[in-house]
Design a protein around this ligand. Structure first.
Ligand code: ADP
Length: 448
């Protein structure tokens, strides 16, 4: 701990001394390293406090000390010794307090003490004991000027302060103008950006509205198509069935004997009607599947039984000795699915394979693959060119020039099979090489 070191003392007795204390204050402030503005602040604070205290009618002791260590400060104590105090002193000195860092007014005891502290700037010369002695010596040599001299100094300081204020005001005005300019720029940019954003938003909203409208139209068109197909095929079924029945009646042995030519023609009519019925039934199935009117009947399907049934029903179609028809033992025993729909897809694929295979083999198998099972129908038939491998899933599409080895087709089997695969929660794909064969894979999920 080090005590503050006293630097100078003086006593205020008469009004003239206020000038003296003012000058002394400035000198001390300069000597300890305070800047010119701070010197004026200290001088003004001292003359104000002195004026107030002297006005209260008593002599005042002024002591200048410095605290050279830690945070170096200049401290001034002005003690007013008479009893009775100064009314509203703290209030009167409120403005003066702003000129220093701290100001305390103590009027508890016999007299009143005002203590002011101002921090010294960082760059101020160190207040070593030698420096302190030098300061004391120079202050002792100080000859106080006349009130007129002090007035001149004050005027100079006032002019300097006014100049500074004006310069600061000009600076402020310039800064404000710049700020305003920047603000205008920022606002313009903001408006431009928000306009662009709004424009883009409007575009996106319009695009979405159009998309919505288009998808509603698309859905309506697809529903209309399915409805039309369902109605037409339904209406056609009855007359076509009637034609087949009538044809059978005409060729029945109990009917009148027809000539050979008549028999041939009636047979032709029956065959055509039968083809038409197949087509109508296919259309009706597809329309139902597309309209979402097929609800799977979920159950644990015994694949061994399904495979056995397919083996039995399709064996009669595999009439060519050059084609080996193989239905493997299922590697997956059961699967949660719809037995009828599953059998229908596999039957379609196997029928196609038998239709388009002249020699070699047609094979059905099933295998587990990850979370799924895959039913594979592989043949060694004519194959399908790569660019048509997706088209064969379109309604009525048949590969040009692909004549079935046996039977006929409507071009509805594969689109229907793919729909059913979707309804069962899976998918249907093909791998094929012309002249080598085709492999159709029905992949279905395993659900418990
Ligand atoms: P369909 O067999 O009644 O003509 P599909 O929709 O079942 O109708 O098949 C469409 C077309 O795909 C067939 O006409 C045929 O050209 C081709 N296709 C289907 N399966 C095979 C296959 N296993 N091998 C070669 N071509 C096939």
């Amino acid at each position: 701990m080090t005590a503050a070191e006293p630097l100078m003392r003086m006593r205020l007795r008469v009004e003239q001394d206020i000038f003296a204390v003012r000058q002394l204050g400035r000198e001390v402030a300069r000597a300890v390293g305070l800047e010119s503005q701070d010197q004026t602040r200290i001088a003004t604070a001292l003359s104000e406090v002195g004026r107030v205290l002297l006005g209260a009618g008593s002599e005042t002791d002024v002591t200048f000390t410095v605290e050279p260590y830690g945070v170096p400060t200049l401290q001034v104590t002005m003690a007013y010794s008479a009893t009775g105090g100064t009314p509203r002193l703290a209030e009167q000195l409120q403005l003066v307090g702003r000129l220093v860092d701290t100001m305390e007014v103590d009027d508890e005891g016999a007299g009143t003490t005002v203590r002011m502290v101002r921090r010294l700037p960082l760059g101020a010369p160190a207040l070593t004991p030698i420096r302190m002695d030098e300061i004391r010596a120079s202050l002792a040599r100080h000859v106080p000027g006349s009130p007129l001299d002090e007035l001149a100094v004050q005027n100079r300081q006032l002019i300097a302060a006014l100049n500074e204020v004006r310069a600061q005001r000009d600076d402020l005005a310039r800064l404000n103008a710049e700020l305003e300019e920047t603000n205008r720029g920022v606002m313009a940019l903001y408006h431009q950006l928000s306009d662009e954003l709004e424009e883009t938003n409007r575009g996106v909203v319009a695009l979405y509205a159009e998309l919505d409208e288009k998808s509603v139209q698309l859905r309506a068109a697809s529903e209309a198509k399915s409805r039309f197909l369902a109605n037409v095929s339904h209406e056609l079924r009855a007359p076509v069935t009637a034609i087949i029945g009538l044809g059978r009646l005409l060729t029945d042995s109990s009917s009148d004997q027809l000539t050979e030519e008549q028999s041939r023609q009636v047979e032709l009519i029956r065959a055509s009607a039968s083809d038409l019925l197949t087509l109508v039934n296919g259309l009706l199935d597809l329309a139902k599947a597309e309209a979402g009117r097929i609800e799977p009947n979920w159950s644990q399907v015994d694949l061994k039984a399904v495979f056995g049934q397919l083996r039995g029903t399709l064996r009669p179609l595999a009439t060519r000795p050059e084609v080996e028809f193989v239905v493997d033992e299922p590697a997956v025993p059961t699967l949660r699915s719809d037995e009828v729909l599953l059998a229908q897809v596999l039957r379609n694929l196997l029928t196609n394979a038998l239709k388009f295979t002249e020699a070699g083999s047609v094979r059905l198998s099933v295998r587990p693959v990850g979370d799924e099972v895959e039913f594979v129908v592989a043949d060694t038939g004519i194959g399908i060119p790569p660019q048509l491998q997706e088209r064969i899933f379109e309604e009525f599409y048949q590969v040009p020039g692909s004549k079935p080895v046996s039977g006929k087709g409507t071009g509805l089997g594969l689109p229907y099979a793919r729909r059913l695969a979707g309804i069962l929660g899976g998918g249907l794909r093909v791998d094929s090489a012309p002249g080598e064969g085709s492999t159709f894979t029905l992949q279905l999920p395993v659900t418990s």
